[in-house]
Design a protein around this ligand. Structure first.
Ligand SMILES: [Zn+2]
Length: 438
């Protein structure tokens, strides 16, 4: 959202760290963490989000004194977390040096475990993804097989790219189920047999002893990807909505992921939109997910095709070997099929109905839509937008942006890298006092 020079015009929020799980705080013995002060963390986050910054930029964003900024910058240079660039930028009268993150400090891996795929990326310490790999895999195969595959794939990626495993200091992992963030485990995940309370962190750490491992729900991870490297950059309050096989939301409140009291905040897929609607896998009727997610869209189009109400859908159904997927509905709509258009519009209205409630309740600055079903395109987006705007209060929608994710299929990997990076730069409660006074 704009260049560094544009964004410096406005004062940004004070970015604070994620709430760190208790076991991480206790695990001071874990290797390779960079202990920093609160103000240093704030500067690091600004540089992570916006790239190169001069001291003047940092002062504008934080409203710290120049002396304090200089103290923090010197301390971060000492710790080799940031580097001074050779390039300078012109800031009102004189040229000043810019600083950016020191990519050479180490490597961070981002792992996005989906229901039917594993996506991996290895980034440097500036968050830049250096290597990327994806492979189909069924999460139903259980944690031993899937985590074994993740670790051996990471090992291969490191080896093939001449990267040392000892330099891998952080691994962030997103998983498609409810996560107890403080324990780093899944809790009764509906589509993941064998994963309940499985020790993911300990398993992965056995393969990569130099790495710190952090686990979170996939939607929270994607929301994190949006605020650090996606369309959500610099937005304080944001809702990320993933529409795929299910529907879930990641909530960013004042720059931090909001997890709720037991870690399952944002589970909007099971909000009821039609009490006499179809049965959901959770046991209730008419959940948002059961009427508007990918399988519901495919199911409705199948009924329409079989009833002979849509020649285009029927043609796709025959062509695919008597199945219809949500992306076929998108294709049919693009070809002008009235029924497909109607199915997508209805799905958007159901999602918009729920988001309208969230907008009135939470007043976000942006809603970012991602996940597989978002490839249904502008028809879905405009239907969601229209429903929210028609129903929410004018003040709540005055500055509200409802947009598609621009990092799309990479949101999970980028978010997982950032999840690990948040932990790599850990705020120390003792021993790392601010370098100079307020
Ligand atoms: Zn449900």
């Amino acid at each position: 959202m704009g260049t560094v020079r544009e964004v410096t015009q406005k004062k940004l929020r004070t970015i604070t760290s994620l709430d760190m799980p208790e076991w991480l705080h206790q695990a001071e013995s874990l290797p390779n963490r960079k202990f920093i002060s609160h103000s240093e963390k704030e500067l690091i986050d600004l540089v992570r989000i916006h790239g190169e910054f001069s001291k003047a930029d940092l002062a504008t964003f934080t409203e710290y004194s120049r002396t304090k900024i200089t103290g923090c910058v010197d301390s971060l240079l000492d710790k080799k977390i940031i580097i001074a660039n050779n390039t300078t930028e012109y800031t009102g009268g004189r040229r000043s040096k810019t600083f950016s993150l020191n990519g050479d400090l180490g490597l961070v891996a981002g792992v996005d475990i989906g229901a039917t795929s594993i996506d991996l990326g290895i980034a440097d310490f500036s968050g830049k993804i250096l290597v990327r790999y994806s492979e189909p895999a069924s999460v139903k195969d259980g944690p031993i097989k899937i985590l074994g595959k993740v670790c051996s794939l990471l090992e291969t990626m490191l080896k093939e790219n001449n990267m040392s495993p000892e330099k891998l200091f952080g691994i962030g992992i997103g998983v498609p189920g409810p996560v107890d963030f403080s324990a780093g485990t899944l809790v009764s995940p509906p589509i993941m047999p064998g994963w309940d309370r499985y020790p993911i962190i300990q398993t992965v750490q056995q393969w990569f002893p130099s790495a710190n491992v952090v686990v979170d729900n996939d939607v929270n991870v994607m929301a994190l990807g949006e605020i650090y490297q996606g369309v959500g950059k610099g937005v304080d309050n944001l809702i990320f909505v993933k529409i795929g096989t299910g529907i879930g939301a990641g909530i960013v409140c004042e720059g931090k992921i909001y997890r709720g009291s037991s870690g399952c905040a944002g589970d909007i897929g099971h909000i009821s939109v039609n009490k006499s609607g179809p049965l959901c896998h959770c046991g209730n009727k008419g959940c948002l997910e059961a009427v508007a997610a990918g399988p519901a869209i495919a199911e409705r189009s199948l009924i329409a095709a079989q009833a002979g109400k849509s020649p285009i859908l029927l043609k796709l159904y025959e062509k695919n070997g008597k199945v219809l997927r949500s992306e076929d509905v998108g294709d049919a709509a693009r070809e002008g099929d009235a029924l497909a258009v109607e199915i997508i519009r209805e799905s958007g209205q159901f999602i918009g109905d729920v988001l309208d409630g969230l907008v009135n309740f939470f007043n976000p600055g942006a809603i970012v839509i991602g996940g597989g079903v978002s490839n249904l395109g502008n028809l879905l987006l405009s239907s969601i937008r229209q429903t929210v705007i028609n129903r929410s209060t004018p003040l709540a929608t005055r500055d509200l942006h409802i947009v598609f994710s621009e990092i799309g299929p990479d949101a999970g990997v980028i978010g997982a890298v950032n999840l690990a990076m948040d932990y790599m730069f850990s705020i120390s409660d003792v021993g790392t006092a601010d370098s100079s006074g307020e």
